[in-house]
Design a protein around this ligand. Structure first.
Ligand code: 5RP
Length: 231
């Protein structure tokens, strides 16, 4: 599978910011899953850690590794969250939701003091959405109308699985939205707002101003760390 070594080294490096006693946000996807292996190792070496999962898939993966899971409602805040991304721009803004978990991922990221994003080099872009379609979670009720409202930003397509509308962990649908030419870092905040106020939109995959660090792994197992000041 593509970039496995890069993903693994990025996720393991991100775990170096975990200290004993922390509550950690557990991201979703093929990169974030490698952090679970490292967290299990840390716990085996005596660390007391708790996790809040960003999806039922991650919940399952965490349980098989023996991690203690909490509900987001049970914690006031998280010390750190580690998650993957579909795209990262030079300001650390993200597109997430390729795996459909964007709503829980954003709520966990917002609750965390720090958000460490783990990616391989292929995820770094100048403009978000020029290549990857932006996932938008929408209510099933009246979804065709919401899709029409979204189409003023670009062509949107309802995500399907086995011929049926894809259902998120929260029972929502997802529209994958083509943003012609993508969006520059200085326009991202406006688009965040414009999408958020559309009735029927539950959440969208633009993560603006949440990232505090990006760990970029490469196939030769090197890492580069980008610190993003939170403004
Ligand atoms: C899921 C996500 C993932 O973090 C994103 O899709 C990246 O996944 P991967 O590490 O498998 O490429 O946002 O909703």
């Amino acid at each position: 599978v593509a970039h496995e070594a890069a993903k693994q080294i990025a996720a393991r490096t991100a775990c170096s910011w975990i200290t004993d006693g922390m509550t950690v946000g557990l991201g979703t996807g093929s990169t974030a899953v490698f952090a679970l292996d490292r967290i299990a190792e840390l716990m085996a070496s005596g660390y007391q850690l708790a996790g809040v999962a960003t999806s039922s898939a991650t919940e399952e993966q965490a349980r098989t590794r023996g991690l203690q899971l909490l509900d987001l409602n049970e914690v006031e805040k998280l010390d750190l969250a580690i998650d993957g991304a579909d795209e990262v721009d030079p300001a650390g803004n993200l597109i997430k939701g390729g795996g459909g978990a964007l709503t829980r991922e954003k709520l966990v990221a917002l609750a965390a003091d720090e958000l460490v994003i783990v990616v391989d080099e292929s995820k770094l872009v100048e403009r978000l959405g020029a290549a990857f379609r932006l996932p938008v979670a929408i209510l099933p009720f009246g979804w065709r109308h919401t899709l029409r409202r979204l189409s003023r930003f670009g062509e949107g397509e309802l995500r399907t699985r086995d011929g049926l509308p894809y259902a998120t962990d929260n029972g929502n649908h997802i529209v994958d939205l083509q943003l012609p030419g993508g969006v520059a870092p200085e326009q991202v905040m406006q688009l965040d707002h414009d999408l958020s106020v559309i009735p029927g939109v539950v959440e969208h995959g633009l993560f603006v101003g949440l990232t505090t660090r990006v760990v970029v792994g490469s196939d030769d197992r090197q890492t580069r760390i980008i610190e993003i000041p939170r403004v």
